[in-house]
Design a protein around this ligand. Structure first.
Ligand code: AP5
Length: 229
């Protein structure tokens, strides 16, 4: 982990960067519970739009199934709307956004309009080779969205969600080896340049995300504590 020099007097804005399977969603949920921030996952927002059959969802569906990035205009518009919701006033953890330089610049402009900025962009550093195993074993609770893994994170009681005691679970349509390869490619080509982007802003922190979930949460917690002090 490397430190960063940042202080904030307005609601914190944190970003988790990392390839598919890096643990962005897992860690964002833990940070949300610990720091009272709101997790904003553009993947979740897009899947909700697809399920609801909105115009944006119809345009995004095939792109997501192919493991490619949805167009900047759709994603920025969805995020802008969600950021305007009152609950986001307490601070947000962006999980899966921004993913392109266009999105990062749009976010800066949106935040600047309300006197805010990115307090910390945290890169979860992982080995690509391990990501296929993480993603192919992933499933989530259908009731509350809590994430699990066949091997690495199983519910305490078999087939019962630890968080809401639900018993229905689901797997994502894009969690297959072929699509994961395309998602990793998209990450390296279009998203990894954001590491340099936030380094230049002095907002970048890096965490080795190959360890145990709780150890990574502890490293992230230290960064978030400092960034939101
Ligand atoms: P999105 O939903 O954001 O998916 P992703 O980035 O591919 O990330 P994942 O959700 O697959 O992984 P994660 O890092 O959250 O890992 P998780 O914590 O679940 O995006 C889906 C699609 O939507 C994109 O492909 C694109 O089409 C579109 N999209 C979304 N945002 C967009 C944007 N901004 N612009 C354009 N298009 C966009 O962990 C994975 C598994 O590993 C879990 O089972 C977990 O239990 C386990 N695990 C987690 N940490 C560990 C650990 N340390 N050790 C062992 N296992 C672990």
């Amino acid at each position: 982990m490397v430190g960063l020099d940042t202080t904030t007097t307005v609601a914190p804005v944190l970003i988790l960067l990392g390839p598919p399977g890096a643990g962005k969603g897992t860690q964002a949920r833990m940070l949300q519970d610990r720091f009272g921030l709101v997790q904003l996952s553009t993947g979740d927002l897009l899947r909700a739009a697809v399920a609801a059959g909105t115009e944006a969802g119809k345009r995004a569906k095939a792109v997501m199934e192919a493991g490619e990035l949805v167009s900047d205009d759709i994603v920025i518009s969805i995020l802008r709307d969600r950021l305007a919701d009152p609950d986001c006033a307490k601070g947000v953890i962006l999980d899966g956004f921004p993913r392109t330089t266009v999105q990062a610049k749009a976010l800066d402009a949106l935040l600047a309009a309300s006197g805010q900025r990115v307090d910390a962009a945290i890169s979860l550093d992982v080995d690509d080779a391990a990501m296929v195993a993480r993603i192919s074993g992933r499933y989530t609770c259908d009731g509350c969205g809590e994430g699990y893994h066949d091997t690495y994170k199983t519910p305490t009681t078999k087939d019962v969600c630890d968080t809401c005691q639900g018993t229905d679970f689901k797997r994502r349509a894009d969690d297959n080896a072929e699509t994961v390869a395309a998602r990793l490619e998209a990450y390296h080509a279009q998203t990894s340049p954001l590491i340099a982007f936030y380094q230049t802003q002095g907002a970048l922190a890096r965490v080795n995300a190959m360890g145990a979930i709780n150890d990574i949460a502890s490293d992230l917690g230290a960064i978030v504590k400092k960034a939101t002090a």
